[in-house]
Design a protein. Structure first.
Length: 141
């Protein structure tokens, strides 16, 4: 039986006895309310993790505090997330290498195929406005 099922049964049983003419029915209702509260608290503890998981985390935390590394680890993680994934870094690096425009009547970005309009010719040596690809205009007008 799960905690939810137990809570439901206790509530139903408590309600049945509260309605009945049992002596000390106020005490019975109070006891059932306490049982429901205890079961709900157990659910909260289960959400935190098992005893073994909490003990393992406690050991890791103690080691990190002992060696003064917890702040360094958090800072490193924040820096890493700000940089992006390895794939994102590779893609950004690839976009920094100038690529020749695709010419087929109109000029297009070799990375995202965005059309370079007339005003783009004035921006020679710059990046594609859509994807940031550095463009090589050496063989254009």
């Amino acid at each position: 039986m799960t905690e939810n099922e137990a809570i439901k049964k206790v509530k139903e049983f408590g309600l049945y006895h509260a309605i009945g003419d049992l002596p000390n029915s106020a005490l019975t209702v109070k006891a059932f309310k306490m049982a429901v509260a205890a079961l709900e608290e157990i659910q909260k503890y289960r959400a935190i993790g098992t005893v073994e998981e909490v003990k393992r985390m406690q050991r890791y935390s103690a080691l990190a505090k002992k060696h003064s590394t917890i702040g360094q680890v958090i800072d490193s993680c924040a820096e890493y997330e700000a940089i992006g994934t390895v794939e994102e870094c590779r893609e950004a690096r690839e976009r920094q290498i100038p690529k020749k425009l695709i010419h087929g009547g109109l000029y297009a970005c070799p990375n995202c195929h965005a059309i370079m309009l007339q005003g783009a010719f004035e921006a020679k040596g710059k990046c594609c406005k859509e994807c940031g690809q550095v463009l090589d205009w050496s063989e254009t007008v």
